[in-house]
Write a protein that binds this ligand. Structure first.
Ligand code: GLC
Ligand code: CA
Length: 521
């Protein structure tokens, strides 16, 4: 790699600020809490923190309904706290990436309040107003159109009615939203994760969406139509390229896109001549079936379809999806960690993944997520993956001295940083060892990925550069397997007791065991 950008070798750590660390006892995580835990993150070895929205917000969707793009919500702290977070992070060599929510604002944003005040208002056209609704749905279920009785028109919202969609065909909207980017870039933030990047532009003729032939009644009504005309419109790429140009007018910043689309479409978000997102999030590992065949297939499809010069990235979890340890079970969560940290490109870790946090059980009376409240009982809720980070063995797991906004995971007495820190065979120690390995062996970041093969439950592949060749073996099954190998030395095992072991012509892997071996010829 010649002069790589910092983000190319980065491990990014997603902090969901409500759930990371509470500093003032109100049960809700805040910016000061993040500052208190920066040394933990340094110790973990990550390079950058992505903080989910901490902007001023009525919290209808917990911060993804922004009422002021250039201010901090009092629940999270003050602008001084933010400035301190940025300074303290940078001081420790950590980058800070913010969330950016361009598709919609809060209905309490002054822009929308003006827009809805009259049809003649100069901001009327900043949002999507129509006399008649079409059939577009909200991603949280139900019609996406809300009747406004004061001005007798409907406005469109891709999510809650409290989240009206901005009109990105209006140049004034674009200018105002790019100013918001510059506000934070001027402060020195290192980049943005762009919320629902593929939804930003809608069909200018408002054509009806066709029915989804695969829709079944037990899923969200938001899936009943194919989102042909309200998502992934060709014009979106022009907007993304403009965002990228804003970012690129500052040195050393990164643009990441949240995009849930099939691979072929996802790849277009790198942009024409790579003028789009630096990293369109790759959610394949977060969505695929967990078995050797499928995982190997999606990895090879992704690598094959990457445009020339595009930089890969990988994600196991985030604040909208079931936690990996719940999805695949704890033993396989170690395999997932070893896989993630030995794949090429930029990686993202969701807070708590590194200690094997599982989905919390949320009793009905504790449900917070509007997605669950709107369509209860069909698995839409995201509270389970948002339970507080578990730091220690105290009653509230070190997260708060008050009552946490979501219940702690029931396993918090054993799944926490304090317990795992003292245990060399914990998943936390595995994450630390693998992150260190990645730093000390750049071949894991930028080397060729080759020889990706499966045999039964086994996946193996090589990461190689001119003077180094690593072989990775991952057992996706629960039974032991013997594998033909080349002689070498174990750099990291999911079981730390195998580190530095010499291997000969074959190795034995126990169930759910993985090894990174350096070939010594
Ligand atoms: C993104 C966010 C999700 C939010 C939605 C609407 O998918 O990750 O949490 O609810 O956008 O902003
Ligand atoms: Ca707090």
């Amino acid at each position: 790699m010649h002069n790589p950008d910092w983000w190319q070798s980065a491990v990014i750590y997603e902090v969901y600020p409500r759930s990371f660390q509470d500093s003032n006892g109100d049960g809700i995580g805040d910016l000061d809490g993040i500052i208190q835990r920066l040394d933990y993150l340094v110790n973990l070895g990550i390079d950058a923190i992505w903080v989910a929205p901490m902007y001023r917000s009525p919290m209808a969707d917990f911060g993804y309904d922004v009422a002021d793009y250039c201010d901090v919500d009092p629940i999270f702290g003050t602008m001084q706290d933010f400035d301190r977070l940025l300074k303290e992070a940078h001081h420790r060599g950590l980058k800070l990436i913010l969330d950016y929510v361009p598709n919609h604002s809060s209905d309490q944003h002054p822009w929308f309040m003006e827009s809805r005040s009259s049809r003649e208002n100069s901001k009327r056209d900043w949002y999507l107003w129509r006399d008649e609704p079409n059939n577009w749905m909200s991603n949280f279920g139900g019609s996406g159109w809300e009747w406004d009785k004061q001005t007798n028109q409907y406005y469109y919202h891709s999510f809650l009615k409290e989240q009206p969609d901005l009109n990105w065909r209006n140049p004034a909207v674009r200018a105002a939203m790019y100013d918001a980017l510059r506000f934070w870039l001027d402060k020195g933030v290192d980049g943005f994760r762009v919320d629902v990047m593929w939804l930003i532009v809608k069909d200018d003729q408002y054509r009806d969406n066709p029915p989804n032939p695969n829709f079944s009644l037990d899923e969200s009504s938001g899936n009943s139509l194919l989102p042909v005309y309200n998502s992934n419109r060709p014009e979106v790429h022009e907007v993304v390229a403009e965002m990228r140009a804003v970012i690129d007018s500052y040195p050393g910043r990164v643009l990441i896109g949240e995009i849930y689309l099939p691979l072929k479409d996802l790849m277009t978000y790198y942009g024409q001549d790579l003028n789009g997102a630096n990293l369109p999030f790759n959610f394949l590992l977060l969505q695929c079936q967990w078995n050797a065949q499928t995982v190997a297939r999606v990895i090879s499809e992704y690598m094959t379809m990457l445009p020339q010069g595009a930089w890969p990235n990988w994600v196991l979890g985030n604040h909208d999806n079931a936690r990996i340890a719940t999805r695949v079970g704890l033993p396989q969560a170690a395999i997932a960690a070893m896989l993630l940290l030995t794949l090429p490109g930029t990686l993202t870790i969701y807070y708590g993944e590194e200690i094997g946090m599982t989905n919390g059980l949320i009793p009905p009376e504790d449900v917070q997520d509007p997605a669950e409240k709107k369509q209860p009982g069909i698995g839409m809720g995201r509270d389970p993956e948002r339970t507080p980070m578990t730091w220690d063995c105290s009653e509230m797991a070190g997260f708060t001295r008050g009552r946490p906004w979501l219940p702690l995971g029931s396993d918090h007495w054993v799944v926490n940083v304090e317990v795992e820190e003292g245990n060399g065979t914990s998943i936390l120690s595995l994450y630390r060892r693998l992150i260190t390995l990645r730093r000390t062996h750049p071949v894991l970041v930028g080397g060729q990925l080759s020889c990706l093969t499966t045999l039964g439950d086994l996946i193996s592949y090589e990461r190689a550069a001119k003077n180094e060749r690593l072989v990775i073996f991952l057992n996706f099954g629960h039974s032991p397997i013997q594998v033909a190998a080349e002689s070498g030395i174990v750099l990291a095992g999911t079981d730390s007791r195998r580190d530095t072991e010499r291997v000969g012509n074959f190795v034995e892997l126990r169930g759910s065991e993985g090894l990174v071996i350096k070939v010594v010829s």
